[in-house]
Design a protein around this ligand. Structure first.
Ligand SMILES: [Zn+2]
Length: 863
């Protein structure tokens, strides 16, 4: 389910509590009033428990390689079935599924190998590997096809996407096309039964003699991602092996499992999808409450999604489970039954991402009976298995109901998918959905946006950042072009080689949801389910402009052009750290032992290391410039590899490692057990470390480190550490805990944010924002919240007592730095520069803090 484990016990004690805000017509007269959902991903102080994620070399390598276009996973030159012998993993008796009587990960491949032999309808393949290295399985169930028939299906799919106006005119097309349906299971590892239901349904379809099934498979292709998160399935946790919630990662695609799901949706182009979760009792079936994402073709989406939701509800209720006998409440549909709290605003969830690839019905389904968390460890095995059996029945009913829906509404769903792409390709304005288009669709449900004519992406901040954004768009199947010549738009001149995203394209909704600034929706809704703001346009470090006219000669690109250069002039070289690629290049140079100095946010590389500079420039696409005078260079401090001890959340550990830093996870317990500080240059604190909870020996050792080391903190845990350890003179003020989004910031100077390469971006990201007052004379304000807003997009209201709102944050210090009197170099972040690996343009700010903190104090002790 979408709720974090921390909130589960409170919200779902027993079977009684609906997680949604109370609604007028309760399906459940005996349920006590439900608390309003304030589920903000990981709670106000997210990830309280520090992550301890093992570093995997291959994952690191994969993360470092660009997310450029992946090869497709569905080949079109072979017919169906495609019987592939799947490799069987070694048996793992510790697989958490076994206790529930469910299929362990190692049991899936044998089942699929067997099902492929039992008829001619089932094809299975490995489409990738999880972070932890486990196989991901895609199963296609359809009536047999010759190679020519498969090619014809692909031609139709391509025409629907790429020539939708012609596809709309071709009356025969929808009749010939097999409607694609996507069933995604187990994206949260400890919500198991979608996998087992999928296997059950596949077996039914494989062996059924029912002519209706034959008819279904002649007119559809059913795709099953058997377990989207095998790491979590095996270990019985929500996240994957990297500690990421995969159902928050679709805008960023930092994880291999998400890139695999994305590719399924691009290649299969499903008209309908369901994402199977647990546990909400009664079964929760989307469509959602407002706010609704403004970039969908929502009139088409809500009609189909509501219709399938009602069908699934009837199927689930029709199983006959009751409150009295089984503890199973009737199903609920948030759109109909709740006012707020379960929205489809951020496209970070699978069913909120799928519509951009043509799904005109998409649903989260939450099966009812909890078997994870404390229930997993405390309930008798018999009870757990009773619940899992019911959950599997419910998930299977939802799947069957969905494919029956697609069979019955086949032509219309395909026509509606064509219409989604047609509107995009034609560049039609955002549609205002008529009230009452489905019962209950009111003014509170209406959200629209304005599409620019195009976006122009330039390397004016960083060539590498522009290239990253372009490759990310292309990996998301967004069309990008490159200007042949300089051109003008909206009064600005753009150089040849600028990238252009023409918004007249079939997937313009996806392009816009990533590149637009977003909206401040604080006034419109009380509570949001998860994040409310994101923006690749504002947070990824590239120059991105929406323009209202487009006259340019441009060519389509399959990948961003190579970047990087080293000046021909002899002498020392400067590498300005303005992008993650610059950080990687610098860390590579440091790992080679290159003598580098650090001054004003840039690394100075001596002329003698020119060859090494050339190599990393090519490897990472970074730009070196001529360094200043020898006198300038002498002002720098020697820099060596930064060794970090981090009490941090999983996304922060992942990001620091992705940047090429050496990171050792620590915690209160780790320090109390005795920690050798001699190999640490900088301590990063955001989670899981309390100074006051340290034992005397640990405190003494840490205090000794603080006379020479650097400290970087983030969030409430970090601010508490700063205060308890007596570092900088600063009072941290907490904004409202659920506030989040993109904020306007002003970089005001200091070693971290203010100086080089135009300083840091004008925007940052916050989640439970903080600011710093009562600053001592040793403290420098690096960055402050803008006097206007400061929220650009997201949700940020004051607390009930009127404090903690946007207006209270205006002009306040968001990031500060300084040296405490003992000598420690300290940077305090009130923003969230590494949140879920998303705001790529902010990563260099963290790196600069690390280099500064390490070079100023670390140099002396390293000798
Ligand atoms: Zn879930």
């Amino acid at each position: 389910m979408r709720l974090p484990p921390a909130l589960l016990p409170a919200l779902l004690t027993g079977l009684l509590v609906s997680p949604l805000v109370p609604h007028a017509v309760s399906a459940d007269p005996v349920a006590p009033p439900a608390p309003a959902v304030r589920d903000f991903g990981n709670g106000p102080e997210r990830n309280e428990v520090a992550a301890d994620v093992p570093e995997r070399a291959e994952a690191r390598a994969a993360a470092r390689s660009e997310q450029a276009e992946q090869p497709g996973i569905l080949s079109h030159d072979r017919g169906y079935p495609r019987r592939t012998r799947l490799p069987v993993p070694p048996e793992n008796p510790a697989d958490a599924s076994i206790k529930l009587g469910l299929v362990p990960h190692h049991g899936i491949a044998p089942r699929l190998n067997d099902l492929q032999q039992r008829g001619d309808r089932v094809s299975a393949q490995v489409i990738g590997r999880s972070y932890g290295g486990r196989d991901l399985y895609l199963v296609t169930v359809t009536a047999p096809e010759s190679a020519a028939e498969t090619r014809e299906q692909e031609r139709i799919r391509d025409r629907i996407e790429n020539d939708p106006a012609a596809a709309a005119r071709d009356r025969k097309l929808v009749k010939r096309y097999k409607a694609p349906v996507f069933v995604n299971a187990n994206i949260h590892g400890n919500e198991w039964e979608g996998t087992d239901a999928a296997l059950r349904v596949i077996e039914e379809l494989a062996t059924s003699k029912d002519p209706k099934v034959a008819d279904l498979l002649a007119r559809t292709r059913l795709y099953f991602n058997i377990t989207a998160n095998p790491d979590g399935r095996v270990t019985g946790v929500r996240q994957n092996g990297a500690g990421f919630d995969l159902n928050r990662d679709f805008v960023t695609a930092s994880q291999p499992e998400v890139r695999a799901m994305r590719q399924i949706m691009i290649d299969a182009q499903p008209v309908t999808m369901i994402d199977l979760h647990g546990y909400v009792n009664g079964t929760l079936i989307e469509p959602t409450t407002p706010p609704h994402g403004a970039n969908y073709e929502y009139d088409l989406f809500i009609q189909n999604t509501y219709a399938n939701g009602l069908g699934m509800e009837a199927a689930v209720n029709g199983l006959g489970y009751t409150v009295e006998k089984d503890g199973v409440y009737p199903a609920q549909i948030p759109f109909r039954d709740s006012a707020e709290g379960w929205d489809d605003w951020p496209p970070i969830f699978t069913p909120q991402y799928a519509p951009f690839h043509g799904a005109v019905a998409a649903h989260t389904v939450e099966i009812p009976l909890r078997v994870n968390g404390s229930d997993y460890t405390q309930l008798p095995v018999e009870e757990l298995r009773r619940r899992s059996a019911i959950n599997t029945d419910v998930a299977a009913a939802a799947i069957r109901s969905t494919y029956a829906f697609v069979r019955d509404r086949h032509d219309r769903l395909i026509a509606d998918q064509i219409e989604v792409f047609r509107r995009g390709a034609a560049g039609e304005p955002s549609k205002t959905v008529p009230l009452g288009i489905v019962p209950g669709f009111g003014p509170e449900d209406v959200y629209t946006t304005t599409f620019p004519r195009a976006y122009v992406i330039t390397g004016r901040r960083s060539e590498a950042a522009a290239a990253r954004l372009v490759d990310h768009l292309i990996a998301n199947d967004v069309r990008v072009e490159r200007a042949r010549h300089a051109f003008r738009a909206d009064g600005r001149t753009y150089p040849a080689g600028s990238y252009v995203v023409d918004m007249r394209q079939p997937k313009r909704g996806l392009a816009n949801v990533m590149l637009e600034a977003g909206a401040d929706i604080s006034p419109r809704v009380d509570a949001m389910y998860d994040i409310s703001g994101w923006s690749h346009g504002l947070l990824w470090g590239a120059g991105v402009d929406g323009v209202t006219s487009l006259r340019v000669q441009a060519d389509p690109v399959k990948a961003a052009a190579p970047t990087g250069s080293v000046p021909r002039t002899p002498g020392a070289l400067a590498l300005k750290v303005s992008d993650a690629k610059d950080v990687l290049a610098l860390n590579d140079l440091l790992a080679q032992g290159t003598a580098v100095t650090w001054a004003d946010g840039a690394a100075i590389v001596p002329a003698s290391a020119r060859q090494a500079a050339r190599e990393v420039s090519e490897r990472y696409g970074v730009v070196f410039t001529p360094a200043g005078t020898p006198a300038d260079m002498a002002s720098g401090a020697p820099l060596s590899q930064v060794r970090i001890a981090a009490a941090a959340s999983a996304d922060e550990l992942f990001t620091l490692r992705e940047l090429g830093f050496s990171v050792t996870p620590v915690s209160t317990a780790a320090l109390n057990a005795g920690y050798d500080w001699s190999g640490t240059d900088v301590l990063f604190v955001s989670s899981g470390l309390s100074y006051t909870a340290l034992n005397p020996a640990a405190r003494t050792a840490l205090d000794a480190f603080l006379t020479t080391g650097g400290v970087i903190t983030r969030g409430g845990t970090g601010a508490a550490f700063n205060a308890a350890a007596g570092l900088l003179t600063a009072t941290a003020v907490a904004g409202r805990g659920d506030a989040n989004g993109v904020v306007r910031v002003l970089s005001t100077g200091g070693p971290v944010s203010g100086q080089v390469g135009g300083g840091s971006p004008d925007h940052s990201f916050v989640y439970s924002p903080r600011w710093f007052t009562g600053l001592g004379p040793e403290v420098t304000v690096e960055q402050s919240y803008a006097a206007e807003g400061p929220l650009v997009s997201g949700h940020w209201r004051p607390d009930a007592d009127g404090t903690g709102g946007q207006d209270a944050a205006r002009g306040q210090a968001a990031v500060v730095s300084g040296r405490d009197e003992r000598g420690a170099t300290v940077v305090l972040f009130g923003t969230e520069p590494m949140f879920r690996n998303h705001p790529k343009g902010l990563f260099p700010q963290v790196a600069k803090a690390l280099y500064w903190a390490s070079s100023v104090t670390g140099a002396a002790v390293k000798g």
